[in-house]
Ligand binder design. Structure first.
Ligand code: SF4
Length: 328
């Protein structure tokens, strides 16, 4: 068997996925490929329904029953096995211990009936094989890492005694307590106000720098990722349409969809009361069959070829990919 050389901590290659619907099988992801480097944050960005969450959930194989991965490969750096081929018990070992999930709604991960201490100790005992005082000390350290004040006394709290931001920090602490090398953060700040959003992003950035955790960040909010993400992949209607380092992306964004997303961001130069640009129209649902570039009904630069064939994702500058006929 050929040995696969995995350079990054996570590599997703040519992932194709669809859903069984009443009107037949509908494709939702098309050849999605991206990678995550050690101690880096890779942001998957796009409007809701573009496929970013389902791409991330495919890594954990936490998919709705109607979803089916039709082809593709997912590799972790330590395993030369396509994890999509693993059975449930092998995948169960990876979930939590190697890859942890921070969901949008922290209450889906915190059990309201148990204290934060009970829940943290459970994962520490399971994943770090430590018990007693040493485990309690690890739990305190995990809460301190996510900047929960008076960590020792807050261990005794129940989730309902925490604010939304504190709950989200407790979930991040649980991921750290598992010793997870990869965190998938799915819109981790959507339910929080702007100040708390910045604090959570700051905590994720610190974890990346101090512990070396790699983070796949799913978000619709480009403004949120400018300061913390190292790489960005923009998705539209199930495809990656642009991918680059964050610095390169914000300096030289290329794809008309990415540019439209960027135009809709507030900037330092925006005047008070000035209206932000909006992208006219809606992203298509998976039921809608659109030929060619799926952005063409909304694209101000669309040409006849755009509605005929899908543009290829091509390198337009070193490590900067974009799918658009304007580059040809
Ligand atoms: Fe717009 Fe055509 Fe480029 Fe698609 S391929 S983004 S429709 S110009």
């Amino acid at each position: 068997m050929a040995i696969m050389l995995i350079m990054d901590i996570l590599e997703v290659k040519n992932l194709n996925l669809g859903f069984e619907t009443e009107s037949g099988f509908k494709q939702a992801l098309y050849d999605v490929s991206f990678s995550l480097k050690k101690s880096k944050i890779h942001a998957l960005v796009g409007e809701s329904g573009c496929g970013k969450t389902i791409s991330a959930m495919s890594i954990l194989k936490l998919l709705p029953k109607t979803a089916k991965i039709t082809s593709g490969e997912i590799y972790l750096s330590e395993q030369n096995t396509n994890i999509l081929t693993l059975n449930n018990s092998a995948l169960e070992k990876i979930r939590g211990s190697k890859i942890a999930l921070i969901p949008q709604d922290p209450m889906t991960s915190l059990n309201p009936l148990y204290t934060i201490e009970n829940q943290l100790l459970e994962v520490i005992e399971k994943h770090q094989n430590i018990k007693g005082k040493e485990a309690v000390q690890k739990a305190i350290e995990a809460l301190e890492l996510v900047q929960i004040p008076s960590a020792k006394s807050r261990l005794k709290s129940y989730p309902h005694e925490f604010s939304g931001g504190m709950k989200q920090r407790a979930i991040i602490a649980m991921a750290l307590a598992c010793n997870a090398q990869i965190i998938i953060a799915d819109e981790p700040t959507t339910a929080l106000d702007v100040t708390i959003q910045a604090q959570i992003m700051n905590i994720l950035d610190n974890i990346k720098k101090e512990i070396g955790t790699s983070i796949l960040l799913i978000t619709h909010d480009l403004a949120l990722v400018e300061d913390c993400a190292d790489e960005i992949s923009v998705m539209y209607s199930g495809r990656i349409v642009e991918s680059a380092s964050t610095k390169e992306f914000f300096k030289n964004s290329n794809n008309p969809y990415s540019k439209a997303l960027l135009k809709s961001l507030p900037s330092n130069k925006s005047k008070k009361g000035e209206k932000l640009a909006i992208i006219e129209g809606q992203p298509p649902s998976i039921q809608q069959e659109i030929k060619g570039c799926k952005f063409h009904p909304r694209c101000e630069f669309a040409m006849p070829i755009c509605s005929q064939t899908v543009p290829e994702l091509k390198e337009i500058a070193p490590k900067h990919l974009s799918a658009c006929y304007l580059n040809d």
